[in-house]
Ligand binder design. Structure first.
Ligand SMILES: [Zn+2]
Length: 330
């Protein structure tokens, strides 16, 4: 690592992981990292580029690297805008080097492939020196999601309360508890296991940069940093949202494609929907004799996300419904 996390001031450099592909025998993979430190206080890690086709978070983190002076910070920021760097450069969800989804590799493996080595470095060397984690995702190329701040479930009630407070400080248009169906291999699940106060996001998506989501992201990240005391409290803007918490109610949240065809959604994001209601149709435009197949919602709630590409195959996630959170809010 070309930055010293213990040094006061602003440093911008790289984590260098030896990488020896066909065309570069003694090369390195360079993961950008900035440290802004001023005296005592909490350490917050900001992650962008976990997936390489999600852009609002990385832009926000690069803004902070350029804009913040150490004198504005109390404690330490570790700013990482492009953690899955090969995927970021390729503009893809997964790494073109080893084909892995970085967010399914935690806690990583220092003897594994390059993606597994990056997640192992973060788990082994950065989580232990941090107090809090902000993981900035968007919907990626395949999903368009209502800009939202995400609570990672944890079995530790004290951490759950601190996570909820930090996520609500983000003040996104929606606050949603997402377990990824109990997936333990995500960056946020690993951060919670390490005891870090953890905030996730889903900022738009569709493989583009959303003006609205970028504004939400810039404002929300500063709100959370002020909530943690790393930026001055007067950075927190008046709340815009009512603090309602939703969740994805297990597998019933998802409407999956059942056939190979073209998906027609019947509603826009934000629409209130109910279980059993027609959700969309799969068309077979190459065979007009075959009638479309109708898909139905499996839960009551709000349409939270929808697939971007029209072309679907069985198992593709077409729609996502969020419902009122049934867990503890205190
Ligand atoms: Zn993502």
């Amino acid at each position: 690592m070309t930055v010293d996390p213990d040094r006061n001031g602003k440093q911008v450099g790289f984590i260098m992981i030896p990488h020896s592909p066909h065309d570069d025998a003694w090369g390195v993979t360079r993961i950008p990292i900035a440290v802004i430190k001023n005296g005592e206080g909490p350490t917050v890690i900001l992650e962008g580029g976990n997936h390489g086709d999600e852009y609002e978070g990385p832009i926000t983190i690069c803004d902070l690297i350029r804009e913040l002076d150490p004198g504005q910070v109390q404690g330490r920021l570790i700013l990482m805008p492009a953690n899955n760097v090969h995927a970021v450069i390729a503009g893809q969800r997964t790494s073109p080097v080893d084909g892995l989804n970085f967010n399914r590799t935690f806690p990583g493996d220092p003897r594994g492939t390059i993606t597994q080595q990056i997640s192992a470095f973060i788990t082994d060397h950065l989580y232990p020196i941090a107090d809090a984690f902000i993981d900035l995702h968007s919907g990626g190329s395949s999903l368009d999601i209502i800009p939202s701040a995400i609570v990672e479930p944890t079995t530790d009630p004290g951490l759950h309360r601190r996570n909820l407070a930090a996520v609500q400080a983000f003040d996104a248009p929606m606050t949603v508890v997402i377990s990824n169906l109990g997936e333990p291999r995500t960056a946020t699940a690993a951060a919670c296991l390490a005891g870090l106060v953890t905030v996730g996001t889903e900022m738009g998506g569709g493989g583009t940069v959303s003006l609205e989501a970028l504004e939400v992201c810039r404002r929300g990240v500063r709100n959370v940093l002020a909530h943690h005391g790393v930026l001055p409290l007067d950075e927190i803007e008046p709340r815009r949202q009512d603090g309602q918490v939703l969740e994805l109610p297990g597998t019933s949240a998802y409407v999956f494609a059942t056939a190979d065809g073209i998906f027609e959604p019947l509603h826009s994001n934000g629409t209130r929907v109910s279980e059993g209601q027609p959700a969309g149709r799969i068309h077979f435009t190459w065979d007009p004799t075959r009638p479309p197949e109708t898909l139905h919602y499996a839960a009551d709630g709000i349409l939270y996300g929808r697939r971007q590409p029209g072309r679907v195959r069985p198992g593709n996630c077409c729609l996502v419904v969020a419902a009122p959170y049934q867990g503890s809010l205190s």
